[in-house]
Design a protein around this ligand. Structure first.
Ligand code: FMN
Length: 284
């Protein structure tokens, strides 16, 4: 259809003619007339709504791309592979292997697309989740995905780091993050939280690099194999036995600190990644 043809048909359209006649009538009204004020306001709303809808639809692919890039950045960060000039896509593709794990058995899940799998979405899907009994739900998450996505950093066939997703409730929000462990499935390399809404300066200090650095070298499991790593109130005395299982609590944010202790305990227990980490340790 040519432009000229379209214009002719538009001008001949009965509805357009009515609209045009109304437009002329409104424009002829005085600027302080109520009808003109309302008509101008509604037209403005209409035009803005179209612009906003167009922007939302047009920018959606860019938003998704940025979100995926941000997630890769967080994973590289917790793996200790992020520098200022790191090419995120290239570094992720060449150094991180994405794997799916059956949380209950600890076995790898084959035959599913690990890259496309979204654990957060799966946790909300009744066909893919497990609803948690209150007695075990120490991280206050209510439900969890049956299959988790873990990330491995390897050197040849040997695992260098195991990056595990964790989430749990703080004071105001569910905090989502990663814990990076060494190949022993026991020693912490790093922790980060990429999505949380605790108070900046209080619970929000979970993202502070100085606090995050305190986690390096800490141990998750005691000799009996129980996940005992936790935050304590105050500063850890490194001369005392057991300090390897303790991290400084966040000052003025005991409730967020308890939330972090609970979510680490939950995800490192048999409810979370303990079966998987057992298999890694036994080279299964
Ligand atoms: C505006 C406001 C924001 C707060 N945000 C947090 C928070 O993000 N995390 C937290 O644990 N406590 C927060 N608190 C403090 C808690 O209410 C509670 O007092 C605190 O967790 C106790 O920790 P403390 O024993 O270390 O002082 C906030 C308090 C106020 C008034």
């Amino acid at each position: 259809m040519s432009n000229g043809n379209f214009k002719e048909r538009l001008l001949a359209n009965e509805h357009y003619q009515k609209f045009d006649a109304y437009k002329q009538k409104v424009l002829a009204l005085g600027n302080d007339s109520l009808e003109k004020t309302i008509a101008v306001a509604l037209s403005l709303c209409f035009v803005c709504a179209i612009l906003v809808s167009f922007a939302a639809v047009a920018l959606r692919p860019l938003q998704l791309e940025n979100k995926a890039m941000d997630m890769k950045k967080n994973i590289l960060d917790v793996a200790g592979l992020l520098d200022e000039d790191t090419d995120i896509h290239q570094a992720f593709a060449s150094q991180i292997e994405e794997k799916l794990v059956d949380i209950e058995t600890g076995d790898y899940v084959e035959g599913m697309d690990a890259v496309a799998y979204d654990q957060r979405k799966a946790a909300k899907n009744p066909a893919q989740n497990i609803v948690l009994d209150r007695s075990v739900d120490i991280a206050s998450i209510k439900r969890k995905a049956k299959i988790a996505k873990v990330y491995l950093v390897k050197s040849g066939d040997a695992i260098q780091s195991i990056i595990l997703p964790m989430h749990g409730y703080g004071l105001w929000s569910t905090m989502y993050g990663f814990l990076a462990l060494e190949a022993d499935g026991q020693t912490v390399k790093s922790i980060n939280f990429y999505d949380q809404a605790e108070t900046p300066g209080l619970g929000g200090e979970v993202v502070n690099p100085n606090w995050r650095a305190l986690w390096q070298g800490k141990k998750v499991y005691n000799d009996a194999g129980e996940p005992v790593l936790r935050l304590i109130k105050g500063v850890v005395d490194t001369n005392k036995p057991g300090s390897e299982y303790q991290v400084d609590g966040l000052a003025g944010a005991t409730l967020t600190s308890n939330g972090v202790s609970n979510l680490v305990k939950y995800w490192m227990s048999a409810e979370g990644f303990a079966p998987y980490l057992d298999k890694i340790r036994n080279n299964d």
